[in-house]
Design a protein around this ligand. Structure first.
Ligand SMILES: [Zn+2]
Length: 158
């Protein structure tokens, strides 16, 4: 069985169950279908409801679903493959970037500052910093960047 969203010439929408796509076409050709609301035989497949309500069109409700149901349907869609791939690439890039980097944990701000002022040799590090610490580093012109993904502390991994 296959279900189609149908609409009549007056815009009534309803579902029709058919044995197959051909079955639908045959019944349509012979005028065997009729609208349950007005009896019109001018029945055709309803256009698919848009996945995202168009701008300026948000109050129109073509699909018979409420606005909340439309949002739900959208949220339940699987992640588009390109988003998944982009995230995977980003995660891989971070992993690679951190391979040669040393975890300094809460000493991140202190270490960054020490390297910036030439007190210790520069090397790639990553660690934790509070928002205040991060702001302070940026204010001092020290180049830091947030990691796109959280990193587990190495000594907490096992
Ligand atoms: Zn009708």
């Amino acid at each position: 069985m296959i279900v189609f969203d149908l609409s009549c010439e007056h815009g009534h929408r309803f579902e029709g169950w058919f044995g197959s796509s051909d079955d639908f076409a045959g019944q349509q050709a012979r005028g065997l279908m009729s609208c349950p609301f007005c009896g019109s035989a001018a029945v055709s497949k309803a256009p698919m409801a848009p996945a995202v309500p168009a701008k300026g069109n948000a109050t129109r409700n073509d699909s018979g679903l409420g606005a909340a149901a439309q949002v739900q349907a959208l949220a339940n869609r699987p992640m588009p493959p390109e988003v998944g791939e982009a995230l995977a690439r980003l995660a891989k890039a971070q992993k690679k970037a951190l391979e040669n980097s040393t975890w300094v944990g809460e000493k991140f701000a202190e270490q960054s500052r020490a390297m910036h002022y030439g007190e210790v040799d520069e090397k790639p590090i990553h660690g934790q910093a509070s928002t205040e610490e991060a702001k302070g580093l940026i204010d001092e012109g020290i180049a830091i960047a947030p990691l796109p993904f959280p990193v587990a502390e190495p000594d907490k991994l096992n």
